[in-house]
Design a protein around this ligand. Sequence first.
Ligand SMILES: [Zn+2]
Length: 168
Amino acid sequence: MRDTLVLNASFEPLSTVTWNRAVVLVLQDKAVVEMVHPDQRVRAALVDVPVPRVIRLCRYVRVPFRRRAPWSRRGVLVRDQHRCAYCGGRGTTVDHVVPRSQGGADTWLNTVACCAADNHRKADRTPEEAGMPLLRQPFEPTPSDAMLLSLGRGGTEDLPEWLALPAA
Ligand SMILES: [Zn+2]
């Protein structure tokens, strides 16, 4: 469910995010709500807020000009939010879906975050061979996707180096 539109501080559309992430960005004072879904509210332990339909970042972010984000291990962990693709636990390693020994490449679509135990268990096998289905399919993040993932995780200091923003 990616149904909240994210605008840059300059009001240009950047990307879409889930409303959960939108609420987090607003609660962290990284974005303001521009429009809400009527009659829908988010209820969690400490908040009861309308579901944002459009949010706008408080700080202007320069989106890298390139369309493709170069692959990196760190980028894969950020993209997958450090969640293991096989068990959903904490993913600290990068697994090749098709193992390198079978010709699998270092690409966004062939790598996922993985916990150390599952990485060891899967070894040099495909998910089918190992009987370990992927909980979700890997995807190639756009620079906007990666930037927003990082914003939700504690600020622009945590941006992957390949998306580092020039000092304002
Ligand atoms: Zn795991």
